[in-house]
Write a protein that binds this ligand. Structure first.
Ligand code: ADP
Ligand code: MG
Length: 251
């Protein structure tokens, strides 16, 4: 039996008296691409931020490869601490968050060199390989300000991959891009999916979610409202709410 990479039960998150996540149960299996859809404010970003402890959950159970994730322990008692978790669970954001004062190559090698203590030559070899994979081998010495949004996002994905994460979380990574640049980023994600990368993908690109996701979750008001295959969720929605939500994307 295969063990989930990430398993959460009854996960809650509140900001003051605002209850944003109201009890999420979720198993993410190795190689699975989980599409997360739902209206703005439904808690999608908060959920995936909890999955790499950028937000500390208020309650519930969170296991990474069977080990309890805990901000208070550092590998003691069979648990895994926040730092170790973040190494295994990479995140790519809507707004890239590249370091503007570093070249593309240095953006990618910074984490591996400082956190993983990789020697420069090794880190740079890995980075060049990743840049080739995202079609940007010729941009290694460029600075982020000289790149298009699509190129910046591909660098951001390469930077996350350089840490050799077990899971990649992608939060609306094409939302800030001009429409003609969306395809090049989706192409990179598509190839990662084909290579078996485990991913959670928050997206408004319903066609892409239908195409690449192995499972889709529809979130509403801090809960999982519907869950199933892309076919079930996107083409045969059961609830009026999901139907209404999807109808906004069909023009
Ligand atoms: P989504 O990504 O689905 O649009 P979010 O997870 O960003 O939703 O937000 C869900 C709710 O949580 C929103 O009402 C938002 O205002 C609130 N929220 C998110 N982050 C914070 C925070 N750091 N402090 C207070 N409220 C927050
Ligand atoms: Mg969001």
């Amino acid at each position: 039996m295969t063990e989930p990479v990430i398993s959460v039960r009854g996960l809650t998150k509140s900001f003051g008296n605002l209850d944003v996540l109201k009890g999420i149960d979720l198993d993410l299996m190795p190689g699975e691409v989980l599409g997360l859809i739902g209206p703005s404010g439904s808690g999608k970003s908060t959920l995936i931020r909890c999955l790499n402890m950028m937000e500390t959950p208020t309650g519930g159970k969170f296991l990474f490869k069977g080990k309890e994730v805990s901000p208070r322990f550092r590998g003691k008692g069979g648990s895994i601490g926040t730092g170790d978790l973040r190494r295994e669970v990479g995140m790519v954001f809507q707004h890239f968050n590249l370091f503007p004062h570093l070249s593309v190559l240095d953006n990618i090698t910074k984490g591996p060199r400082t956190v993983l203590k990789q020697p420069r030559a090794e880190a740079e070899a890995v980075a060049m390989d990743l840049l080739a994979q995202v079609g940007l081998a010729d941009k290694a010495s460029a600075y982020p300000s000289h790149l298009s949004g699509g190129q910046k996002q591909r660098v951001a994905i390469a930077r996350s991959l350089a840490m050799k994460p077990e899971v990649l979380l992608l939060d609306e990574v094409t939302s800030a891009l001009d429409p003609e640049l969306v395809g090049e980023v989706l192409g990179v994600i598509r190839r990662l999916a084909d290579q078996g990368m485990t991913m959670v993908l928050v997206t408004h690109e319903m066609g892409f979610a239908a195409d690449v996701a192995s499972r889709v979750i529809f979130m509403e008001q801090g809960r999982i409202a519907e869950e199933g295959s892309p076919e079930d969720i996107l083409r045969n929605p059961r609830s009026d709410r999901l139907r209404g939500f999807l109808s906004r994307f069909h023009g």
